[in-house]
Design a protein around this ligand. Structure first.
Ligand code: NOJ
Ligand code: CA
Length: 780
């Protein structure tokens, strides 16, 4: 250490001694209070609720390459306050408008000239500037680090500090983010193990102190590949409950050009520290000022239903950047998909070759394997069924050459995304679909070869435009190429974002599987209509009871999930000999359409599995997927959720209208949700240009799901319009229904009853083990 540095440290000690008082910020309702202070040069924050700590003093900062860390020698230079209150309208969502109301505090920290050292000597000339912006809402805290390019951009009021000197931080490489979340007790948590490559796990419910002993077992039945980093590592969004009954949730918002944050627990002190996903060289972010980190969030709610109602993550994202959003719409779809997942059909076309080379392998003369699902006749069968039942779209997987080699080959040039198999007539199938008012959804499985996907993306999106596809399902199964990268590092997060931005230029909506868990970016880029990024229905019998009662608290906080519900034949052994029984009932599957929010909602099973149960399928036909109001009536993570939703009329038929604008698209198609809300009789097949719409009815849908425990709930219908009569159609588990595999397994037993109700009525609804219910309510 130089003499100069020592002198500065001495001066710093004096300064910090003077500055010992924490600066504070209150939430708009005054219940939450944030404190921030710099102690011995180290920044700390803490959070209280009603004067009781929720987050104990927690360190902030970074360790960096080539220079001293952003972890000491800080001086608090300035504190500015602001308040903000606006209401914004999402393009699609759980409600028509969202209030964004917070108080803000921006602290400016400096490492004074000479107080720290750097390889490029910049710190000898210039101060290092790091700001931290805190936003405190009634339901939680968001904060992020900001790095200006110049010191004078700080808006510092003191004249002595003015002067246009650069920030000593210009290009910098993160070794560790030091942000801590110090817990006040050994909370109950619903967690999945921290992993750099997969998020597809069952949740484990335990005390924080038990994470280490349960960490190995928490991987059971999960996705692949596993790349753990610590036996106390967990993923966000992490839902917790304190012994006082407070619901805490740690996550992040607006993760762009930055690695994803996991949490690593010091299980003696009960302090979480951020663990950023490293890139292939081990760095955890290469930044260039001016820049900001993602928001780190701590949600604090009095009830579980408040967690579901929170819009903290969306609010911390930037407003929509797309000027024209007219091409974005909700989608209810079916798919040539479950056939492959269940093992009935294959994605691949031929078994002729030990391996294939795109451009060389002669598919035209290859012998079909006889099980290829995406063949013309089968696709037409699905189009017919989807059209007859008022769906918007059909996904087809396995349409393109290369699937013979897709899994676990670590092959760079695995797909070209533009060449169909010989038995998939892409132009003809699109025409056939459009004439029936159905859009085909494109499928781009990249096999995690992001490099290859980027090479082909423009051609692939152009092909979609040429044939009228407006949505794509992406996929990132396997080991990321470029090798050494994980699924959530800065460069790979940038790839996912690039795919969204490029798709928007082509007016394409994106639903990516295996991509990074969302952090609310769909507010800014609403063409991001879905993501998987968690264990979804494809895990079949491996999904634990109660899994779907946890996801809305965790994974769905960042954005909608393509969970792919709607399985009616839950005994997979009826499809293939090795199939097993899924832990769910038909009514549990119906309940998911309301308890799980997504503007992209699938009816995932085969047409022939719906045909024997068309009376129950009616709920899936009738349910909307975009809402102007959502009410979270009852919930407890891991146990049950009951939700009521009111449809948004303006988007009920938007997908159908879009198909109608295509040269070969059928005009005047009526989606079944529109038919239900407007009570349009089945005889009316089309809306002619001059036909006037009937007056819409007032419609609500209520859904409930439970874990392995049967439950009875009483749902008060006081959200209905007073004095109006409604017809309630109640889809409920039968008395002897059960979704638990074993002697009493009886998942297809349900009752459907109709009742006239008013806002004064209450419905008593029974849910079987692993069961649920669904209710549609339409004014008479
Ligand atoms: C995994 C996805 O989650 C699944 O939906 C898809 O069918 C396969 N990858 C193949 O792309
Ligand atoms: Ca998946």
């Amino acid at each position: 250490m130089t003499k100069r540095t020592l002198l500065f440290l001495a001066a710093l000690c004096l300064l910090t001694a003077v500055q010992a008082q924490p600066v504070k910020l209150s939430s708009p309702d005054g219940k939450l209070e944030l404190q921030f202070e710099v102690k011995d040069g180290v920044p700390y924050y803490a959070l209280d609720r009603l004067n009781k700590p929720v987050v104990l003093p927690s360190k902030m900062g970074f360790t960096l390459e080539w220079r001293d860390d952003l972890a000491h020698a800080f001086v608090l230079k300035d504190t500015q306050y602001d308040t903000f209150d606006e209401t914004w309208e999402p393009v699609w969502g759980e409600e028509a408008s969202i209030r964004n109301h917070y108080n803000e505090m921006l602290v400016t920290l400096e490492q004074p000239v000479g107080s720290v050292e750097s390889m490029d000597h910049s710190t000898e000339k210039w101060a290092t500037v790091m700001k931290i912006r805190f936003r405190l809402y009634d339901d939680g805290l968001g904060f992020r680090y900001e790095f200006p390019m110049f010191r004078e951009e700080l808006g510092v009021r003191s004249e002595a500090l003015a002067g246009n000197t650069p920030n000593a931080l210009n290009y910098f490489w993160i070794k560790e983010e030091l942000t801590e979340f110090a817990m006040t007790g050994d909370h109950t948590a619903w967690w999945i193990p921290g992993d750099l490559d997969t998020q597809e796990f069952n949740y484990t419910q335990s005390r924080l102190s038990q994470i280490r002993e349960l960490w190995d077992a928490s991987h059971k039945d999960g996705g692949w590949p596993w790349t753990g980093f610590s036996p106390t590592g967990v993923q966000t969004a992490l839902q917790m409950k304190t012994d006082d009954g407070l619901y805490l949730n740690i996550h992040e918002a607006a993760t762009l050009d930055y690695p994803t944050m996991h949490l690593d627990l010091d299980d003696e002190k009960l302090v979480f520290r951020a663990f950023l996903s490293p890139d292939a060289t081990g760095y955890k972010g290469r930044l260039q000022a001016p820049c900001t980190t993602p928001w780190r969030t701590v949600m604090v709610c009095e009830s579980a239903t408040d967690v579901l109602a929170s819009r903290l993550i969306l609010n911390l994202n930037e407003p929509c950047v797309l000027e024209d959003v007219s091409w974005i719409h909700p989608v209810k779809y079916m798919g040539v998909w479950w056939e492959m997942i269940s093992g009935k059909s294959s994605w691949s076309y031929t078994n002729d070759f030990p391996s294939v080379r795109l451009g060389e392998t002669d598919y035209a003369h290859a012998k079909p394997n006889g099980s290829h699902g995406a063949n013309n006749a089968n696709v037409r069968r699905y189009i017919d069924f989807a059209a007859e039942n008022g769906f918007d779209a059909l996904l087809i997987e396995g349409w393109n050459i290369g699937w013979e080699d897709w899994y676990a080959k670590q092959k760079d040039f695995v797909f070209d995304f533009i060449t169909p198999y010989p038995d998939f007539d892409l132009p003809a199938l699109n025409k056939y679909a459009h004439e029936k008012g159905i859009r085909l959804i494109m499928h781009h499985e990249s096999s995690a070869s992001t490099l290859n996907y980027e090479r082909w993306m423009e051609k692939a999106y152009n092909l979609m435009n040429q044939y009228g596809y407006d949505a794509v399902k992406g996929g990132y199964v396997g080991t990321i190429i470029p090798f050494g990268e994980g699924h959530y590092s800065q460069p790979i997060n940038n790839h996912y974002h690039y795919a969204i931005v490029e798709a928007a230029k082509h007016h394409i909506m994106v639903n990516s599987h295996e991509a990074v868990r969302p952090t609310g970016l769909c507010r800014t880029w609403p063409n991001m209509i879905g993501n998987e990024s968690a264990m979804g229905t494809e895990f079949r019998e491996r999904i634990n009871p109660g899994h779907t009662t946890i996801l809305p608290f965790t994974r769905l906080q960042g954005g909608p999930m393509d969970y792919t519900p709607g399985i009616f034949e839950t005994d997979m052994g009826k499809i293939v000999s090795w199939g097993q029984k899924m832990k769910t009932t038909i009514c549990n599957q119906l309940g998911l359409y309301v308890t799980f929010y997504s503007p992209l909602q699938m009816a995932a099973d085969f047409p022939e599995h719906y045909e024997p149960f068309m009376d129950a399928f009616q709920f899936i036909k009738d349910v909307a997927v975009d809402w102007d109001k959502s009410l979270y009536l009852m919930a407890e993570p891991g146990d049950y959720i009951v939700t009521a939703r009111h449809p948004k009329l303006s988007t009920l038929n938007k997908a159908a209208e879009g198909v109608g604008t295509l040269a070969d698209g059928k005009k005047g198609v009526i989606s079944n949700a529109m038919r239900f809300v407007y009570a349009i009789p089945d005889e009316v097949q089309l809306l002619t240009p001059n036909s006037s719409l009937p007056t819409p009815r007032d419609v609500w849908y209520v859904g409930g799901i439970t874990d392995e425990n049967a439950r009875e709930v009483t749902v008060k219908l006081d959200f209905l319009k007073p004095g109006v009569k409604y017809e309630a159609t109640i889809y409920a588990d039968a008395k002897d229904a059960s979704g638990i595999p074993g002697d009493h397994y009886n998942p297809q037993a349900y009752t459907i009853t109709k009742k006239t109700v008013t806002s004064k009525s209450a419905l008593k609804l029974k849910m079987a083990p692993c069961g649920g219910f669904a209710v549609s309510l339409r004014s008479l």
